[in-house]
Structures are given as C-alpha cells and as structure tokens.
Design a protein around this ligand. Structure first.
Ligand code: ADP
Ligand code: MG
Length: 273
C-alpha cells in the first residue's frame, strides 16, 4: 500500500442557481494510496456526495480535477464502481442477473461456466448465493444492499465508491454488513471511499477519516489516521483506548469545531437562567 493513485487537486464545484453561483466545494486537495479505506464524514449538505460524484465522473468539476491511476476523470468508468444508499438494483432482473450484468461489463468472451462461477463468486462474497434466483422485491433491504455491493465488486473496480451504503439499515444488519465489507476488503484489497454519518463506522472501517468543513465552499478540515491493527473486532475495540480517542477526535471535530447550531453565548445563557 504505497502507490498514490487517486489525486484530488484544487478540486472545486460551483453550481449555477437562480440566486447566482453557489460554491459547494473549494480547494479540496487529497491523495489516496492503492488499497486504502477512506471515510468521508461531515454534516449534511457539506458536499460529501459531490466529492464522490466528481470521483465517479457523474459530475465534472468546475475547478481542479481528479486523477485515478494517472488518468484524469472525464466521465464514469468501470474502474470506479458506486454503491448508493438505495441499492438501485434492476427490479425486473433476479439477484443473479443483476450481478451478471455488471460482471459481463468487464469479462467478455469467457465460457458459460466461467461466467456462472464468476457471478456466483461475488454472490458468495456477500453471502447471497442462496438467493440468486430471487428478485429484488423478494429480499430484505440488507440483502439488497449486499447484492448492490456484489454488483459493484463484480466490475473489479480499482475504486469502490460508497455513498452512505448502510444508512438506511437497522443497527444489526448494518453491523453484519460492516463486518462483511471489512472481510471483503481484506481479501480483495480494493481502494474504498465511503461516505458515512456514523462515527463508529468510520473508525471501525477506515485507514483514514477525512472530515469536511461545513459549506458553502466546503473543504477538508482534518484528516485522522486510524492506527488500529487489522482485522478489527468491534467488541474488542469498544474497550480500546486508542479507539475511544479516535472516536472523540471525530466527534470533537463534528460537534465542536464544525457545529451546525451557533454556540450559546454567555449573555444568552444568563437570559435563559
Ligand atoms: P452532502 O452529500 O454532504 O449532504 P451534497 O454534496 O449533496 O452534500 O451537497 C453539497 C451542497 O451543494 C449542498 O448545499 C447542496 O444543496 C448543493 N448542491 C448539490 N447539488 C446541487 C445542484 N445540482 N445545484 C445546486 N446546488 C447543489
Ligand atoms: Mg450526500
């Protein structure tokens, strides 16, 4: 894990609006090494999804640029797969067919058997092979999200981009999927950039946590190195001093340095009292 291969340089995004230009992002500079797991955290509306979209090539920046593997991003590509909060599976296709569609994008001309075992491999990774023939509306939200992850992985992306992938799930399902993602990443060594609102999720999964300032003109505020040995175990970490310190560091950034509500002044405090 040494080569820099993803670079955000002077990245900025200005949106035209009825009231004039809105500067969503400004001067975002960051480099990511191959195989790193990066979490992007920040208050709602600060520009996290915009950063992810710019890396995915779903939007083109108005300033600066994104380089992935020595090439400037100019649109979407199979080297960068995206997982959204709402899986977005094709409802008329089975679980198997949804993953097959992605698999075929990067594996053409193989035998029927190679195709079948390739697709099943990705369903196995997310423990969904048992439901290969079900349709998306026949499986739970957590299962759909697993299939969404399998579909993304089946494109063998250099970068896996995830926008609050577990945000819509209950706590238990979320924990299972976080564990699954950790195991998969340990095996495949994908580079992952994941947006989250969840401080514990960020510390548990990441090599580094990128904390964004509030917009407008949002940028990177602080970066936390998560120096916790892998594989990580959520139960053991709960009592780990380093884990607690990292957690506090993120919480302090979000709720003190970047608080959304203006702090109560001492004069106001006296009025209340
Ligand atoms: P986050 O994902 O952190 O919640 P977004 O990246 O979605 O934030 O949005 C960042 C800011 O840019 C927000 O203030 C949002 O309203 C604004 N924004 C996003 N897309 C557009 C657009 N197409 N036009 C105008 N403003 C936008
Ligand atoms: Mg968002």
């Amino acid at each position: 894990m040494s080569k820099t291969f993803l670079e955000l340089t002077q990245l900025g995004m200005r949106y035209p609006t009825a009231k004039g230009e809105f500067v969503a992002l400004q001067n975002v500079n960051f480099t990511i090494k191959q195989g790193e797991f990066i979490s992007l955290i920040g208050h709602s509306g600060c520009g996290k999804s915009t950063v992810l979209d710019l890396i995915a090539g779903l939007q083109i920046p108005t300033d600066g640029g994104v380089i992935v593997g020595k090439r400037e991003v100019s649109g979407p590509g199979p080297d960068r797969a995206v997982v959204f909060q709402n899986h977005a599976l094709l409802p008329w296709l089975s679980v198997y067919q949804n993953v097959e569609l992605a698999f075929k994008q990067v594996n053409q001309g193989g035998s029927k058997q190679a195709l079948r075992s390739g697709v099943m491999h990705y369903l196995d990774l997310v423990q969904m092979s048992h439901a290969a023939d079900k349709r998306p509306d026949e499986i739970s939200g957590g299962m759909k999200q697993r299939v969404g992850i399998a579909r993304a992985l089946a494109m063998k992306p250099k970068v896996l981009l995830m926008d609050e992938p577990f945000g819509a799930l209950d706590a238990l399902t979320r924990a299972h999927l976080q564990d699954a993602l950790m195991a998969i990443q340990a095996e495949l060594k994908n580079t992952v950039i994941m947006i989250t609102h969840d401080v514990d999720e960020a510390v548990l999964l990441s090599d580094r946590i990128v904390m964004m300032t509030n917009g407008p003109a949002a940028t990177i505020g602080e970066v936390v190195d998560v120096e916790l040995a892998k594989p990580r175990n959520r139960i053991e970490l709960a009592n780990d001093d380093t884990y607690q310190l990292l957690r506090q560091q993120v919480l302090r950034f979000l709720y003190e340095k970047q608080r959304k509500v203006a702090p109560i002044t001492s004069a106001e405090n006296q009025k209340v009292a």
